[in-house]
Design a protein around this ligand. Structure first.
Ligand SMILES: [Zn+2]
Length: 91
């Protein structure tokens, strides 16, 4: 009986661990690259998601930020939106 309880606790711990890993994956930063000066910047995914949702532009266009260095356009190197659209920066 005691042994069974231990097992359940361990399973619970694994479940918790998996949950944390999933959350980390969700909050992984998205690397943006400036199309003009080439500088790269990591932006938390949840911030990009919110930006993407409120961006009323064409959904085939990735969310964009303006570069703090040169004022150019920054696009994500790779980003999957909440709608499931994956954007990849073409080199
Ligand atoms: Zn720039």
């Amino acid at each position: 009986m005691a042994k069974k309880k231990m097992k359940d606790k361990r399973r619970q711990q694994i479940k918790e661990q998996k949950k944390i890993e999933k959350l980390k994956e969700k909050n992984k930063p998205v690397t943006f690259k400036c199309l003009d000066c080439g500088i790269e910047e990591d932006i938390p995914k949840d911030v990009v998601d919110i930006y993407d949702i409120f961006d009323e532009g064409d959904i085939t266009v990735p969310p964009r930020f303006s570069c703090e260095v040169c004022g150019g356009t920054m696009e994500p190197i790779e980003y999957t939106s909440e709608q499931g659209i994956t954007y990849r920066l073409e080199n």
